[in-house]
Design a protein around this ligand. Structure first.
Ligand code: FES
Length: 165
């Protein structure tokens, strides 16, 4: 079957098996390997991408369901030759150890901060509307879908705090 995906601002026309997940489409059809496959069944968050600005586990959804959608992967953050502020913050704060979960952590945190800025009532408590100042427990809860086997959580939260505001 045919699906058109807009990934990081570029259109891709895919010819694929209907069972192809969005994760496999990104990695195996488009060649964007920044999005990682950890568990492949929705438990680790390594595969997190943004779809029309919302974070999702790309292993849990079919590519065919996203015809025409705007997908952002970790490769789509920042500018050519320059990391996005949150990516740089992960570097500065040592927000990783092995690094395998890092793209998913960064994409999830990017989505979380956008949700907080937007004051989205379906994702963010009223107390956060218009004020992006998440405490550690809020970040831990909102990032609970992203696991880090190295347990770099304090440094991940530090990186997120450094770009709040
Ligand atoms: Fe998708 Fe683990 S690979 S949640």
């Amino acid at each position: 079957m045919h699906t058109q995906l807009d990934v990081n601002g570029r259109a891709y026309a895919l010819d694929h098996d209907p069972r192809t997940t969005l994760l496999d489409a990104l990695r195996d059809h488009i060649g964007l390997y920044g999005t990682k496959k950890g568990c492949d069944h929705g438990q680790c968050g390594a595969c997190t991408v943004l779809v029309n600005g919302r974070r999702i586990n790309s292993c849990l959804t079919l590519a065919a369901m996203h015809d025409g959608d705007e997908i952002t992967t970790v490769e789509g953050l920042g500018e050519p030759g320059a990391l996005a502020p949150l990516q740089q913050a992960f570097v500065d704060c040592d927000g990783y150890q092995c690094g395998y979960c890092t793209p998913g952590q960064i994409m999830s945190a990017t989505g979380m901060l956008e949700e907080a800025k937007a004051g989205d009532p379906s994702h963010v408590s009223a107390s956060l509307s218009g004020d992006v100042a998440l405490d550690d427990s809020e970040i831990a809860e909102r990032m609970s879908g992203n696991l880090c086997r190295c347990s770099a959580y304090p440094f991940i939260r530090q990186a997120i705090h450094s770009v709040e505001g």
